[in-house]
Write a protein that binds this ligand. Structure first.
Ligand code: DC
Length: 222
């Protein structure tokens, strides 16, 4: 079974995906983390993103995998734990440009499709229900009020000790929403058969129970 969760930045997609994967015993994949890891590599190695040849040779050097460390899904880039680094504001400010590059997307989508297994998969991102798994069994499209999203992200960032202002976070969200929805290759959009949820006024648990009920109904009908 494949569950696709797409939506705008900082809508709590990964939070929902993790909860569902845990309850259902499915594999969880945060595809945003993969684009963030590529972006970190491009920043560290000063890859020229106007050169397809440079992008391709950088991609050939990149190996991404996930490990469960103390119950937390953790991203590794070439065997280095980069979970904290990929959440930095520097990466957030550049990730939408990098993920708009078709060569990058082709490699990530290929990796993502290989992650489907026998049991089940919950994958979150921007193009999961539209491009990566257009035949996913259940698709959710998540949205929330921009101010509420920025407040949530700000609280999360400051609780992790990041030195960032609410204003910077708000601007970053607007910037990413714009590029993610306007890019030529696999823009963020709601799949025709995706279920829309605006979680502005829902608690994490309310959203989880609602999504779980929908999935269980779907499982019964399989
Ligand atoms: O989910 P996130 O905010 O960590 O994702 C970071 C960026 O990666 C997001 O702004 C757009 C890009 N992304 C994408 O283009 N396609 C995906 N499937 C997931 C993320």
């Amino acid at each position: 079974m494949v569950i696709a969760i797409d939506g705008y930045s900082s809508c709590g997609k990964s939070t929902l995906a993790k909860q569902l994967a845990k309850r259902l015993g499915f594999v969880f994949v945060d595809t945003g983390a993969m684009y963030r890891a590529v972006t970190l590599y491009f920043l560290v190695h000063k890859v020229n993103i106007t050169s397809i040849a440079d992008i391709q040779s950088a991609l050939d050097e990149i190996y991404i995998h996930f490990e469960n460390i103390n119950g937390e899904n953790t991203t590794f880039l070439n065997d280095e734990n980069v979970e904290a680094k990929i959440r930095s504001i520097d990466v957030s400010q550049f990730v939408s440009e990098v993920s708009a590059i078709s060569t990058v997307r082709t490699k990530m989508v290929d990796l993502q499709r290989k992650m489907a297994n026998q049991t089940g998969l919950v994958m979150d991102g921007r193009d999961i229900g539209t491009v990566v798994f257009p035949d996913a069994d259940v698709k959710f499209f998540i949205t929330a009020d921009p101010q509420i999203r920025a407040d949530r992200r700000y609280r999360e960032a400051t609780s992790k000790g990041q030195n960032v202002s609410l204003q910077e976070i708000m601007e970053n969200l607007k910037h990413r929403d714009h590029i993610d929805t306007q890019r030529a290759d696999s823009p963020l959009r709601q799949a025709d058969d995706a279920i829309l949820i605006d979680n502005s006024h829902l608690t994490i648990d309310q959203q989880f129970e609602w999504a779980l009920t929908i999935i269980q109904k779907n499982q019964r009908s399989l």
